[in-house]
Design a protein around this ligand. Structure first.
Ligand SMILES: C[S@@+](CC[C@H](N)C(=O)[O-])C[C@H]1O[C@@H](n2cnc3c(N)ncnc32)[C@H](O)[C@@H]1O
Length: 309
């Protein structure tokens, strides 16, 4: 059975990539044109819509057709230290506020969302839970990092799953959906020769000790969380990769960042777009195993995840 969804803040399509043929987007909505182009080229059967969510009315959304579930990935800056934690007062929370009004009005049968761990302590979360309570949803939340399941990339995030089908309740998550994997399997040695990725000696000397240098041959290596600032800010935005034979360091290519988020090999980024434009899009996306784990709590995905434990 194919499940229908609205993928809000769809970006390059982490949810569509996580679900493959199991779901079809009646609407995948984002304001970022380049991200949507990549979405469209990877998921031509889904309906990608370039819109500001703040401008949408219940009538417009209802007109897209019925959706079994909505996934929301609102901007995380209102809940990060670097974003000054302005929470609901941050203008970047406006699309979430709009979605809360749309949930209250349209009551989609199932909902899920992802955000940074700071969301778990926020007024935004409380506003979301108040909306869910008033509209008759049951929900479950967790903050997890895929490394706790043996995945080789750190990305601690808040996840919520909610359903109005309160008789079935929310299932326990399927643990097997985040499968252990060596970090080296996410590396493509062809990028060792890409001059755009190689760090110069002055950079390596200046930031020695302040950056994480990942070793592809180390069986339990873990990369740091890749953020949307990877390639712009030198520290705390992701790991660097040691080149073979100790010959220096390079950045991870955007396609490798996606592999570290569990994107399938079939997912393609455009080859004619510079890495510096693709890193922010990859750094904004989702860990697909954790996304599937969250969705496995919803009864509508019982068939899709039936073989998992
Ligand atoms: C954290 S990213 C989500 C990325 C996505 N889940 C993915 O897999 O690529 C947040 C997304 O929200 C989009 N966005 C932010 N404000 C928006 C708004 N008002 N209307 C529509 N999209 C918005 C951004 O362009 C960005 O792609």
């Amino acid at each position: 059975m194919t499940v229908s969804m609205v993928e809000w803040h769809c970006g390059i399509g982490g949810v569509a990539a996580a679900l493959g043929d199991a779901a079809k987007a009646v609407a995948a909505v984002d304001i970022h044109r380049e991200a949507l182009e990549i979405y469209r080229s990877n998921f031509p059967g889904h309906r990608a819509i370039c819109r500001n969510i703040e401008s949408l009315t219940p009538q417009m959304v209802a007109g897209w057709g019925f959706a079994d579930f909505w996934w929301m990935s609102p901007p995380c800056q209102p809940h990060t230290v670097l974003g000054h934690r302005k929470d609901l007062d941050d203008p970047r929370s406006a699309s979430l506020k709009r979605l809360l009004a749309l949930i209250a009005s349209l009551k989609p049968p199932n909902l899920a969302m992802e955000n940074v761990p700071g969301f778990a302590e926020s007024q935004s979360r409380q506003a979301l839970l108040d909306t869910l309570e008033s509209a008759g949803y049951a929900w479950t939340e967790e903050v997890i990092c895929p490394t706790a399941f043996g995945w080789p990339n750190r990305r601690e995030r808040y996840y919520l799953a909610a359903s109005r089908d309160t008789s079935a309740g929310l299932a326990s998550p399927k643990f097997d959906l985040i499968r252990p994997k060596p970090m080296g399997e996410c590396v493509d040695a062809e990028y060792d020769f890409d001059a755009r990725l190689i760090m110069d000696k002055a950079f390596i000397t200046r930031y020695a000790g302040a950056i994480h240098e990942a070793d592809r041959l180390h069986p339990s290596e873990r990369t740091n969380c890749f953020t949307s600032a990877y390639g712009r800010s030198p520290t705390r935005t992701g790991s660097y990769l040691k080149l073979p034979n100790g010959e220096g360091l390079r950045r991870f290519a955007p396609q490798e960042v996606l592999a570290l988020l569990d994107f399938p090999d079939t997912y393609r980024l455009p080859v004619d777009v510079e890495p510096r434009k693709l890193w922010p899009l990859a750094g904004n996306s989702l860990t697909l195993g954790a996304t599937r784990r969250t969705l496995s709590r919803l009864a509508i995905f019982a068939d899709r995840f039936a073989g998992e434990t």
